[in-house]
Write a protein that binds this ligand. Structure first.
Ligand SMILES: [Fe+2]
Length: 303
């Protein structure tokens, strides 16, 4: 099963603005280990945002901003009005922020939409007890969900893809399919059918070449997901991550996957009709053995 939707990787075209928005504005915590000459990493509970502003090679090309075609839901222990006032203070009118029905909706400086909810202090403390990333968290404490618009008529197939690849639980309601992450944070990755969205969005436009990182709940689940992905011809090699540490690159064989506990998927295919790509979303799929797994005292079965 899917355990944790751990990070979203979004290219940004301005390092200083990224720090200002995610750290000073939203209340995420800068991760000083992951942040370097080409990326900003911020922590929020068990989750992170990875915000690259330069490519690794060949000539440190500056990145353009990437925009989720949908929105990201966040959990905070802070009062929503405090965040809104802070955003207004820092950004004046260049960031939109409004509170309605206990939800703070923010359109950030790079164009992404965030829907933020306050969680109870008890829940906040429970998240902190579970673990986190180097440097800990500030007041923003998690990615509760990601919603992505997908082509009309694809939700049933997307649901089958996640059930088949990850033995994930899914829920279909009208034109939406929610893929459930059944770990302690109870997150979801929801696909919503919208007219005009194309299936090959990732290949067509750099703006959609963001990724989500997903942990499955055991070594056995990871190897089974890898085998299914390999069988269906869905393994993806992202050239942008080649040449770096293997645990953040792209496995092409089971031996490589066992060595780094990560592989990538880009194409969401119809499990019954393997050549049919219904949508594209890059995933990093990880085992609980991965070096960055943030939940303390979680035991994976030996295989
Ligand atoms: Fe990543």
């Amino acid at each position: 099963m899917l355990l944790l939707l751990e990070h979203v990787n979004l290219g940004v075209n301005d390092e200083i603005l990224a720090r200002k928005f995610f750290v000073d504005g939203l209340g995420c915590k800068l991760n000083t280990i992951g942040t370097n000459y080409r990326q900003v990493h911020v922590n929020l509970g068990l989750c992170q945002f990875h915000l690259p502003f330069k490519t690794r090679n060949p000539h440190d090309v500056k990145m353009a901003s990437q925009i989720i075609n949908g929105w990201i839901e966040l959990s905070t222990e802070e009062e929503l009005e405090n965040i809104r006032l802070r955003l207004v203070d820092i950004f004046q009118n260049s960031v939109e922020a409004s509170v309605e029905n206990h939800e703070l909706v923010v359109r950030g400086p790079f164009g992404n939409v965030f829907k933020i909810h306050t969680i109870h202090k008890v829940e906040a403390e429970a998240i902190r007890q579970l673990g986190g990333h180097s440097g800990g968290s500030d007041r923003m404490l998690g990615i509760k969900g990601v919603r992505i618009f997908c082509p009309t008529g694809t939700c049933q197939i997307i649901s089958k893809f996640y059930e088949t690849t990850f033995r994930a639980s899914t829920e279909i309601q009208g034109g939406t399919c929610s893929v459930l992450f059944e770990g302690p944070c109870k997150q979801s990755l929801t696909f919503e059918e919208v007219d005009g969205v194309v299936s090959d969005n990732y290949d067509m436009d750099y703006i959609h070449q963001y990724h989500v990182a997903c942990y499955v709940d055991s070594r056995e689940a990871f190897l089974s997901s890898f085998a299914m992905t390999q069988k269906n011809g869905c393994l993806f090699v992202n050239p942008r991550f080649q040449g770096g540490p293997v645990e953040f690159a792209s496995s092409e064989t089971e031996n490589e996957a066992r060595a780094c506990w990560q592989f990538r998927i880009k194409d969401i295919k119809n499990p019954m009709q393997e050549q049919q790509v219904v949508y594209q979303l890059e995933h990093e799929v990880r085992s609980t053995d991965h070096v960055s797994f943030p939940i303390h005292s979680f035991e994976s079965k030996e295989i």
